[in-house]
Design a protein around this ligand. Structure first.
Ligand code: GLN
Length: 542
């Protein structure tokens, strides 16, 4: 039976709890165990699909079409285990399901309550589809003390009781701040946070203490004494130079050994960490630098493009180069000098996005890349803008645009109203709900054998993840191809353009899907590997 590791956070948010879960998952996997990592989000949104990327960061999409928290991206990047719908739950989803049942009369007149109905739903979620696993890591979003997190803490407390110490483990992540005026690290916030957790019946066995300074042995001993844990179970966690150094750092700090010890596992194989050593070595000793300009709308919060940023880093790992990103707000472009901002870039990327704001800036960036023969990568809205640019400037279709921005004489991109997925016919129109109504998740595509993308993938049949409402209009294929933009990837029925390329350009690729979601540091995505290789060639030209 799977063992459960529950991860909570205290003192402040943004402690890297998700990264810790991902790194611990990777360490257990390096010892040959089968792991899965799950995220419990206490907020009331049904899923993060409708949340603003500037507030909440990117929406991570799984193969099975779930719109999930960006931490699931970390989990997948660190373990290689494809995340599923069943790996992310929110309070909103739980209440939605319970209230639907209540309206149907499923509770037969009974009172519906947080305990047991909500807590039972949380426990059922944690336990679902875990038979073939050795460890299930469950990260509880938010910070201990948040009102909306209480049902989750109560549920995992109950599971701790039901499973016993050989079946459940609690890890609490805290902050040990450095107070400059006193010249000291302070353990009190950690003590308070653990006291609060113990007040609701959870005694963590392991404390992960994030701090900017080395944790002295005396502080470790003090935290252990006041928080009722072994001194060795107070695991110091200093900031790392790269997130991919975190597994090795936690291993050196003894995290995985403490986890095994807490479960009473004495015969664990030694971990094979060569994968992580190789990645860190490549990151720390690059043989060159490339500059990539990312022209987007949500450049204020880097988390809005988390998977994209990481996929570019992975492209750098594959090519042994340091990838430096220049974030360019597409709206600045509409005012400023495009050339001055883009000239220093060895590659230009226009990422996904929604809405008209900044779109003319994105189109200007595509035009610059096309005319100056700078490697160009357009993703989702980025591909749509590349098609609009070609329509306007190489196919003579004046006023060409996407119907997402309003009526246009040449709807190069239009709303998809009907399509097939999972043996089901999907329908929608302009008035459909916003939540969960996009083309979501993995869809297959067929690539032209002589295309750049087929060469990059080394395959002509691929499957990639989608998240969009609008599609490039196949009716314009002949006109766009006459202007040099070739449709090299299509849905199997030939109706939906998946990849466009410019064979007359050094590297010009647009994808309707989001390749960044499947990239991993130990398996960089073929298109990102190829894009960074092209940027490297460009850097040698200029
Ligand atoms: N807004 C576009 C659409 O819905 C693109 C979405 C995206 O880039 N993810 O089709």
């Amino acid at each position: 039976m799977a063992r459960f590791i529950f991860i909570t956070g205290g003192v402040v948010s943004s402690l890297g709890k998700g990264l810790m879960a991902a790194a611990l998952g990777a360490l257990l996997q390096a010892r040959g165990y089968r792991v899965r990592i799950r995220k419990f989000d206490p907020y009331l949104n049904v899923d993060p699909g409708t949340m603003s990327p500037t507030q909440h960061g990117e929406v991570y999409v799984t193969d099975d079409g779930a719109e999930t928290d960006l931490d699931l991206g970390h989990y997948e990047r660190f373990t290689g285990v494809a995340s599923r719908q069943s790996d992310n739950i929110t309070s909103g989803r739980i209440y939605f399901d319970i209230l639907t049942k209540e309206r149907r009369g499923d509770y037969l007149g009974g009172t519906v309550q947080v305990i047991p109905h909500v807590t039972d739903a949380i426990k059922a979620f944690a336990r679902a589809e875990t038979d073939d696993l050795d460890f299930v890591l469950c990260e509880i979003g938010g910070t201990v003390g948040d009102i909306e997190g209480l049902p989750f803490l109560e549920a995992i407390r109950q599971m701790g009781n039901e499973l016993g110490p050989e079946g459940a483990l609690f890890i609490h992540t805290t902050l040990v701040p450095f107070i400059a005026a006193a010249g000291e690290l302070k353990t009190k916030p950690t003590q308070h946070s653990v006291a609060q957790l113990r007040g609701i019946g959870i005694q963590p066995q392991i404390l992960v203490c994030r701090s900017e300074h080395e944790l002295p042995e005396s502080d470790r001993a003090k935290i252990a004494l006041f928080c009722n844990v072994r001194k060795e179970a107070v695991v110091p966690a200093l900031d790392a130079d790269s997130i991919y150094a975190v597994p090795l750092q936690y291993h050196a700090a003894g995290l995985d050994s403490e986890v095994l010890r807490a479960f009473g596992i004495t015969d664990a194989p030694a971990p094979d960490l060569s994968r992580w050593e190789d990645i860190v070595e490549r990151l720390r000793t690059p043989e060159g630098t490339v500059h990539i300009g990312v022209v987007g709308k949500y450049t204020g919060l880097k988390d809005a493009y988390k998977s994209l940023t990481e996929a570019l880093v992975h492209g750098g790992i594959a090519n042994r180069v340091d990838v430096k990103l220049r974030w360019i707000d597409a709206e600045d472009f509409e005012r400023g000098d495009v050339a001055a901002m883009l000239e220093p870039c060895h590659g230009i990327l226009v990422p996904g996005g929604f809405g008209e704001r900044g779109s003319e800036g994105k189109i200007a960036a595509v035009k610059f890349a096309r005319e100056h023969r700078v490697p160009f990568f357009g993703i989702c809205l980025g591909m749509q803008m590349a098609c609009v640019e070609s329509a306007r400037n190489t196919a003579g279709l004046e006023g060409a645009s996407t119907t997402e921005f309003g009526p246009t004489p040449h709807p190069i991109v239009g709303l998809l109203t009907e399509w097939e997925a999972g043996g089901k016919r999907h329908m929608r129109d302009e008035t459909s709900d916003k939540g969960g109504t996009m083309r979501l998740g993995a869809y297959p595509a067929k690539l032209a054998g002589n295309s750049l993308s087929a060469a990059a993938y080394g395959a002509t049949e691929i499957s990639e993840r989608h998240r969009h409402r609008y599609e490039v209009n196949i009716a314009y294929r002949a006109q766009l191809e006459a202007g040099g933009l070739v449709f090299t990837g299509l849905s199997p029925d030939g109706e939906l353009p998946e990849i466009v390329e410019r064979p007359d350009h050094p590297w010009f690729v647009g994808t309707q899907f989001h390749p960044e979601l499947k990239s991993k540091p130990f398996a960089p995505h073929p298109l990102f590997r190829s894009f960074i290789a092209a940027a490297l060639r460009q850097s040698r030209l200029v």
